[in-house]
Design a protein. Structure first.
Length: 493
């Protein structure tokens, strides 16, 4: 059986697993078979990873921008050459189809490319003669050792949203990926070493809450980046901030898509299906609620159902598959329970995916397409993040009622509106309580040079991910006011 261990100080960490000595299992979602064991870190391994990063920081922080950028350019080329290999690891452990896995790698590469231009982003400012012979300069410096904690649903991309920008800014990094899909992060680390990233600058530590808490409490960790569920995001933010660390913690979502009667309903149906069921709904930007205004619902729901019913479900390594399995059996069963509960709470089950299976792969974590109409905003299926291929339709009479439904959600990650009316769209983008907004775009994921993040219970901390805000998060500002004695003396003559 394959063994996945940690990556510390530029090589696999093959020492004894430390005081904990425990292992987790990695499962192929398409077959249900255990394919690997992954080392679960305790305090000793966390100390080793942070110590390696701290040692590397002493020299990496003073490595010239030109050298750091050259390393990142080589890294980008290696990642590009190994796209298919990275995607294959994602499919094998997370379950998404190969095309979705390739798209994940592409989005991660976008941030590596952004990091390659870090020289411009780190430029400071200077003001001369603010007073007689007095100059003021401001610039930004790295923080030190930074931790990143990423979820199972994007095993490569979310780590790539974090560590390339962090190390480009001069920090060193300890990445704690999900134990459900750990192998992609190991290949990313190996390629970083091949590109010339010095030993200890990027470290991989596998584990669960024990490892996470050890990192959150560690006195040599300066900042923490996190993506995951809202309860865990709140825990990470509270615990790390309590020990004086800078924190960005992105949590869960319940993304809404408001569809007005004047919208292009065929385009809206296409968008809803792609956004709700792509990657089996296991993404924080998935549309999980369509809010249909007035007569839009009667025309839209049949269109969504007809398109969704044509989606081919199968293993991610089959080119014919358009949607793969869910990551674990437990998660699959939890998603199925939401569909059953919605029916009990009054929803119309237009499509029920609970009994779907794949011939020859009956032990896989299969969940078919579910479409729930006339869902109550008081129901569990509406209120909670399901994180699966389930789309809820809420009916409202007016734009104002629909906007109130969206703004009443405790989540504020992303929302979109579908309409042909520019004034309505403008009002929506100004008044909706969400950090990312789409106008006739179902999943408004910002490009790399903008920043990613939500509002309310979807984000904790003051900085978003990637873009210009990543530079501010992974650095701290310094302002120097100077006057030289010899200059002052000449000025007084």
């Amino acid at each position: 059986m394959k063994t996945v261990t940690h990556w510390i100080a530029g090589k696999p960490f093959t020492d004894a697993p430390g005081a904990r000595g425990t292992w987790g299992t990695v499962t192929d979602p398409a077959t249900g078979e255990v394919t690997a064991q992954v080392a679960m870190a305790g305090a000793e391994e966390a100390d080793a990873a942070v110590a390696a990063a701290k040692r590397a920081y002493a020299t990496w922080r003073t490595t010239s921008l030109a050298q750091r950028i050259a390393v990142l350019f080589r890294y980008r080329a290696l990642l590009d050459a190994r796209r298919d290999d990275i995607a294959a690891l994602i499919t094998a452990e997370q379950g998404k189809v190969h095309a979705d896995a390739l798209a994940e790698v592409a989005r991660g590469l976008e941030i590596v490319e952004l990091a390659c231009g870090i020289g411009t982003a780190l430029k400071g400012d200077t003001s001369t003669e603010v007073s007689g012979r007095v100059d003021v300069a401001s610039f930004r410096q790295p923080l030190g050792v930074v931790v990143g904690i990423s979820p199972f649903n994007f095993p490569a991309m979310i780590g790539m949203w974090m560590f390339p920008m962090a190390i480009a800014c001069g920090n060193t990094f300890v990445h704690k990926p999900s134990g459900k899909a750990p192998s992609a992060s190991m290949l990313l680390a190996e390629l970083a070493a091949e590109a010339g990233v010095p030993d200890g600058v990027l470290n991989i530590l596998h584990g669960d809450k024990v490892a996470v808490d050890a990192l959150l409490d560690h006195p040599d960790v300066a900042a923490v980046s996190f993506v995951g569920s809202t309860p865990v995001a709140r825990h990470v933010y509270s615990r790390a901030a309590a020990s004086g660390k800078r924190v960005q913690a992105l949590g869960g979502a319940k993304n809404h898509m408001l569809v007005l009667p004047d919208a292009d309903l065929d385009a809206a149906a296409d968008a809803a299906v792609t956004a709700a069921y792509g990657s089996a709904g296991q993404r924080c930007m998935a549309v999980s609620v369509v809010v249909a205004v007035g007569t839009a619902g009667d025309a839209l729901v049949p269109r969504i159902a007809e398109r969704a019913a044509r989606i081919t479900i199968g293993p991610g390594n089959d080119p014919a598959s358009e949607m793969g399995p869910l990551v674990t059996r437990e998660h699959r069963d939890e998603v199925a329970d939401y569909v059953a509960g919605a029916a009990a709470q009054g929803a119309d089950v237009v499509l029920d995916g609970r009994d779907v299976t794949v011939e020859g792969l009956e032990n896989g974590h299969w969940m078919g397409i579910s479409l729930l109409d006339r869902v109550s905003t008081a129901s569990d299926a509406y209120r909670n993040e399901i994180f699966g291929p389930v789309l809820c339709v809420v009916r409202v009479e007016t734009f104002e009622e629909g906007l109130a439904v969206i703004n009443g959600s405790r989540y504020g990650n992303a929302s979109s509106v579908f309409t042909r009316d520019g004034g309505t769209a403008r009002r929506f983008q100004l008044e909706v309580e969400a950090g990312m907004v789409g106008v006739n775009v179902p999943m408004p994921v910002p490009v790399g040079y903008h920043s990613f993040g939500g509002w309310k219970d979807s984000a904790f901390g003051d900085h978003r991910m990637y873009g210009s805000e990543a530079v501010h998060f992974y650095t701290q500002g310094k302002v120097v006011t100077s006057v030289w004695p010899e200059a002052a003396a000449r000025a007084s003559r």
